[in-house]
Design a binder for this molecule. Structure first.
Ligand code: NCD
Ligand code: ZN
Length: 366
């Protein structure tokens, strides 16, 4: 039976939400071998202030960190909370936040681009008001949701183009040229065009890839309208998935790493639409292992295990300057049962269970 040990890992893009559900979501991450996480700031209200003393209409990183630590995140070695960029983000906030040690990263949401993105301002505002320059000068990382906003349906998702491709063709090259020293994480990339952009950029520009974008395509979503697969950016085509798989599983890979975008929704489908976000807490290493196999790697081989370790455990930690944990966990090619996660807000359905799978081919042992 195939089984291998790797260091505990950091999920460098996840959503833990807020309130009484926090501890269940954090526990699911601890249970899948996480030694830390980057907890996205699309809380309600958004985490768009740094210090508790300056909260006003937004939550602060200080407060959200305390809530997370109290709910079990104290068991993580590392916890990063990016600042949600809004029209109220100032140069002074970036400078004082960076000096205080509370501010390591900022998150750009395209206005109304996804769940909880309604406080985002257009990227051009942060170019003009000096916020991105201040981030570049202070070494604050930009986590970017790379999709053009306010597009009509024909450009948002068409046979020839989509919001992500337009963003990486029209907006990102400009950003890279204007701020050559800004460290950027292209979050949850879904297209070959985004992969190519990251590969042809210097070491300051890297990307996270989710399990669902490595495993599935838009065909999986629309055949039977499997709404548990609905997340943003939406799944793309076979050629895009192949480019993502190739990037993640290359022996040379230093730029692409795990960020699950695990995004729990107690109510997924409603009468007039569907909440964007797939829940993969508790099972992400197993899903990433499945995706490596789908890409043609045999995880019984030591060389494939090394590539997997680079993607899951090393590349992201190196980019964020996090220590590689001494503690390890074990991936075993042994079926594990899928169960809904019980929370005070009701059951959360893990993505594969929502697709009708009852078991996964991999298990983990801590
Ligand atoms: C995320 C969520 O639910 O918070 N949804 C998603 O589809 N990924 C928001 C996000 O990061 O896009
Ligand atoms: Zn996200």
């Amino acid at each position: 039976m195939t089984s291998f040990d790797i260091p505990k890992w950091y999920d460098l893009h996840t959503h833990f939400r807020q309130g009484e559900v926090l501890s269940a979501y954090i526990k699911a991450h601890l249970d899948m071998g996480c030694a830390g996480a980057l907890a996205m700031p699309n809380t309600k209200p958004p985490t768009a202030a740094i210090f508790e003393a300056n909260e006003g209409k937004y939550w602060s990183i200080e407060r959200y960190r305390r809530d997370l630590l109290n709910a079990g995140a104290d068991k993580f070695g590392e916890l990063i909370i990016p600042l949600y960029l809004t029209k109220d983000t100032s140069i002074n906030m970036i400078q004082s936040g960076a000096k205080s040690g509370h501010l390591k990263a900022c998150k750009y949401y395209p206005p109304h681009g996804t769940t909880g993105a309604e406080f985002g301002a257009p990227l051009s505002e942060y170019i003009e008001n000096g916020v991105l320059k201040a981030m570049e000068d202070e070494g604050v990382i930009l986590c970017i949701h790379g999709e053009q906003h306010a597009l009509g349906p024909d450009k948002y998702f068409d046979r020839n183009t989509n919001a992500e491709e337009l963003f990486y063709q029209e907006d990102m090259p400009q950003l890279r040229d204007k701020f050559p020293n800004l460290k950027i994480v292209c979050e949850h990339i879904t297209t070959k065009i985004a992969v190519d952009f990251v590969e042809e950029s210097n070491a300051n520009i890297v990307a996270t890839i989710t399990p669902q974008h490595l495993l599935y395509t838009i065909g999986d979503l629309i055949q039977g309208l499997k709404y548990h697969l609905y997340c943003l950016p939406v799944l793309k085509h076979c050629e895009d998935r192949a480019a993502l798989q190739k990037a993640a599983t290359s022996t040379q890979n230093t730029k692409f790493f795990a960020g699950t975008d695990s995004a729990p929704h107690a109510v997924k489908a409603t009468e007039c639409g569907c909440a964007a976000g797939c829940f993969t807490g508790g099972i992400a290493p197993q899903l990433y292992a499945m995706s490596f196999e789908l890409a043609g790697l045999d995880l019984a081989n030591a060389s494939s295990q090394e590539i997997f370790k680079n993607f899951l455990c090393l590349n992201g930690a190196n980019f964020y300057n996090l220590p590689i944990p001494q503690e390890t966990f074990t991936l075993v090619k042994q079926p594990s049962k899928l169960e809904p996660l019980q929370t005070p807000n009701g059951e959360i359905i893990p993505l594969p269970l929502g697709l009708g799978l009852k078991t996964l081919p991999w298990s983990i042992k801590l």
